[in-house]
Design a protein around this ligand. Structure first.
Ligand SMILES: [Zn+2]
Length: 51
């Protein structure tokens, strides 16, 4: 188990936007709801929720 946030400041979690498939990097404002983040932006959120 070498994956740890401690001692590895350059590493930030990231995930792929479900709409544009771009990688989005963790933002501080997402701390609380990181698990629920699916879209990189409001534009993608609108596209994604339209379906
Ligand atoms: Zn997106």
């Amino acid at each position: 188990m070498q994956q740890s946030f401690k001692g590895n400041k350059s590493f930030l979690p990231s995930k792929i936007c479900v709409v544009c498939k771009r990688e989005m990097t963790w933002r501080k404002s997402w701390t609380k709801n990181w698990e629920a983040i699916k879209y990189c932006s409001d534009a993608c959120r609108k596209k994604g929720s339209k379906a």
